[in-house]
Design a protein around this ligand. Structure first.
Ligand code: TRP
Ligand code: SF4
Length: 327
């Protein structure tokens, strides 16, 4: 039986951090045996907001792929490629934009939120409005059955499904299937300051952070604000340290919760244990990274093989779609 196909992507806008590991990469590596996986560096998507800083993206692309590989994404099992190297993404983006109602894009919650939140870049561009249409093109080009995403991406998947229905109806075809979301089942990792972990808040632990840096960052993490003395009973649910235990060691988390609530462990000790755990977790990943970093040629070869595999499917889909549109 042929495996079902998955496609997912990541924008190369910065260094990868623990949030990416828990939110995406751990899941990607798990899915590799069961599915035919396509993992993509979404550089066009990144350019939609970072069009003024192309240098930044260039530096991050290979670096991110090295992180993917270090975390266990396996080029023998999965197709790893760069979006802009397969030009059919843009072709399908345009074709889908022919039939995408403007109102759906303007009402998209992620669009409205980004326009509000991102103050230091001008996102009121023609292309940025079409962000979810390009994402739909990414998914449909490979006829992916499922898309592993975080909850924040669900509106984009819903839009993709609407586009599929309209396309199939208009052109009386079953060319595309509505993709399913594969929600990542993890506790959301908070940033060091208890806000969402994000590059723009500079509140993350990078996959490349050294043990010294990890220890320092963990020591500076926000904890339960009501716990002032060691003898005060803690509220681990209000503490980002405990969200890390939950994400990386559910067993330890239960222990920590009990000890915290009964004031049997102090925050200093609790953080020291967490730092040790994270350092241990990242050590093998960083070791693999050291090796991969020395062989950039190998990474370029992996991406070139990925591009060839991706192109084959992409070309086939575009041919079919052009036929339906009589062009
Ligand atoms: N928009 C996604 C994000 O910011 C990245 C992405 C681009 C993507 N194309 C995709 C994710 C296709 C899943 C499928 O996380
Ligand atoms: Fe947070 Fe640990 Fe302190 Fe409890 S003991 S408040 S879980 S750091």
């Amino acid at each position: 039986m042929t495996k079902k196909r998955i496609l997912s992507g990541m924008r190369p806008t910065g260094k990868l951090h623990l949030g990416h590991l828990v939110g995406a990469l751990a899941n990607w590596t798990k899915l590799q045996d069961e599915y035919d996986c396509f993992f993509m560096v979404a550089d066009w998507h990144a350019l939609m907001s970072e069009y003024a800083n192309p240098d930044l993206l260039k530096a991050n692309m290979l670096d991110n792929v090295i992180d993917w590989l270090s975390c266990g994404v396996d080029p023998e099992k999965s197709t790893i490629f760069i979006q802009s190297q397969v030009p059919e993404h843009l072709e399908l983006y345009f074709i889908l934009s022919l039939i995408t109602p403007l109102g759906l894009l303007e009402r998209c919650p992620t669009y409205k939120e980004q326009l509000r939140q991102v103050a230091n870049r001008d996102l009121s561009t023609y292309a940025f409005l079409g962000y979810p249409v390009l994402q739909a093109a990414d998914i449909l080009l490979y006829k992916a059955d499922s898309v592993p995403v975080g909850e924040d991406q669900l509106p984009h998947l819903e839009l993709t499904r609407q586009i599929v229905r309209k396309f199939n109806h208009l052109y009386k075809t079953t060319c595309f299937v509505e993709p399913r979301a594969l929600l990542t089942q993890t506790t959301r990792l908070l940033g060091l300051d208890s806000r969402k972990m994000s590059k723009s808040y500079n509140n993350y632990i990078a996959l490349t952070d050294t043990p010294e840096v990890i220890l320092k960052k963990v020591q500076g993490m926000f904890t339960d604000p009501e716990r002032i003395r060691v003898t005060d009973c803690g509220h681990p649910d209000k503490c980002s340290v405990s969200s890390y235990y939950a994400a990386f060691s559910p067993q330890l988390k239960n222990q920590i919760h009990q000890r915290c609530e009964k004031a049997m462990i102090g925050c200093t000790e609790c953080k020291k244990e967490l730092a040790a755990m994270l350092i241990n977790l990242l050590a093998p990943i960083q070791e693999r990274r050291q090796v991969l970093q020395k062989d950039k040629k190998q990474i370029v070869e992996i991406l070139s093989a990925g591009r060839q595999k991706a192109s084959l499917l992409a070309k086939k889909t575009i041919l079919e779609v052009r036929g339906l549109l009589k062009i």
